[in-house]
Design a protein around this ligand. Structure first.
Ligand SMILES: [Zn+2]
Length: 419
């Protein structure tokens, strides 16, 4: 089999879930697995795009569940692409096309890595591919609940962290959580600003409330940090990260310990702010309404419901509306899955991997942990690198990284099988 050609064929299929596409991609990957002797099927659930499930049961004691997604982000702006996003091309050692980095490349590399093994390891393998990850996995919880027994496993391999900014392979053992709220305050109607000496102004109220949320760079909501699990010395020792490329990425200077802070610190961010007259010229008015959108990125073991309660008792006279809630998650760096990922990365790449106890961002990892009752979920064995432009135009990966990921997959499952 020509394996790069198989990947290119997969990339040619438009699976933009935001535009209702995906079915064809699901069928492609199901057929692909069946063609190579893996039992596979489509599972139609409440989701529009089916889940694809595959299984290699060698009657081993333990099972690894591999999670990936076959859907992709919209390709716009199309005029920024140097080649058609769904006509993948090979160029300067790279493959360019929508989805090669996120997540079709990782999906395929892992699968082919297994298929190329001369002898299958004594480890049962389950593959679950989602078609709605790029629209926020709206049905994943109910899917996991309904198929809990089918998806039962000892270890879960997440969708595929590739190379970090240091050039080392990356392993991610968790995610941050999220509490997203809209806070607002209002009076009966807009007033002439001559009433300012005696009238309440919701904009001032909101500003006071917002400024009470942080003090000396720290979140001032009582109890906010109580449950934070700060990183251990060992966890910090596995952090790498290149300061220069981080500064390039955010176009700002960053402190020396930026990597630790990005992983470890929970945040309170103002994502949006609105009140009063913002049009051209002036209007002397006391606005009747002021609103801010806030996202709190939470770290293990902060609970979004508990943080919400603390926030509600701290900010008594504003309205708080919850727009999103995701729990954080972290697998221990001493777990079997983490150790096998670290050791296999060392073997294949000849260097220490970069290990993030949790990513800077959020994802539904905790749903897998809670619903499937699994506390060994880790991410690695991906094909992208910081220049992959995932979600953006000219998405690309290095062919070399793709081949390495296959090797890493093989080394990883062999180690798991030997436990
Ligand atoms: Zn994505």
């Amino acid at each position: 089999m020509n394996q790069l050609e198989d990947l290119l064929e997969f990339v040619r299929i438009d699976t933009t879930s935001a535009k209702g596409k995906g079915e064809e991609g699901a069928k492609f990957i199901k057929d692909y697995m069946e063609r190579h002797g893996i039992e596979a099927r489509l599972i139609r659930h409440q989701s529009k795009n089916p889940y694809v499930y595959g299984e290699i049961n060698v009657k081993a004691k333990r099972t690894l569940l591999v999670y990936n997604h076959y859907d992709v982000q919209p390709v716009e702006p199309l005029d920024r692409w140097e080649s058609d996003p769904f006509t993948p091309v090979m160029k300067e050692g790279k493959i360019v096309g929508r989805g090669v980095g996120d997540d079709k490349g990782s999906l395929m590399a892992r699968l082919q890595g297994i298929l190329e093994m001369e002898k299958l390891p004594s480890l049962n393998l389950k593959f679950i591919y989602e078609g709605e990850e790029e629209i926020g996995s709206p049905n994943i919880d109910s899917f996991l609940k309904d198929y809990k027994d089918l998806l039962k496993a000892d270890y879960v391999l997440w969708e595929g962290a590739g190379k970090g900014s240091s050039g080392a392979p990356e392993i991610v053992l968790g995610v941050k959580g999220l509490l997203y709220v809209e806070i607002s305050t209002r009076t009966a109607k807009d007033l002439h600003s001559m009433y300012a000496p005696v009238a309440k102004n919701p904009a001032w109220k909101l500003v006071e409330v917002l400024s009470s949320l942080k003090r000396d760079g720290k979140v001032a909501v009582p109890g906010f940090y109580d449950k934070v699990k700060w990183l251990t010395k060992e966890e910090v020792s596995f952090l790498k990260g290149d300061k220069k490329s981080m500064e390039e990425a955010i176009s700002q200077e960053v402190p020396e310990d930026f990597q630790r802070r990005l992983v470890e610190e929970p945040t309170c961010n103002i994502a949006g702010l609105y009140s009063g007259y913002t049009g051209e010229g002036s209007k002397t008015v006391i606005p009747s309404y002021a609103m801010a959108k806030l996202d709190f990125r939470l770290v293990p073991e902060q609970d979004p419901d508990e943080i919400l309660n603390s926030l509600k008792s701290y900010l008594r006279d504003v309205d708080i509306r919850v727009l999103g809630r995701v729990r954080p998650y972290r697998t221990s760096i001493n777990s079997e899955v983490a150790r096998c990922l670290i050791d296999s990365a060392k073997e294949v790449y000849g260097m220490d991997p970069e290990v993030l106890p949790n990513s800077y961002g959020t994802g539904p990892m905790e749903s897998f942990a809670r619903i499937l009752e699994n506390n060994q979920i880790a991410d690695g064995i991906g094909v992208d690198y910081p220049g992959s432009n995932i979600h953006s135009f000219n998405e690309n990966i290095f062919v070399q990284d793709y081949l390495k990921a296959k090797e890493w997959m093989r080394s990883f499952v062999k180690r798991l099988a030997q436990l």
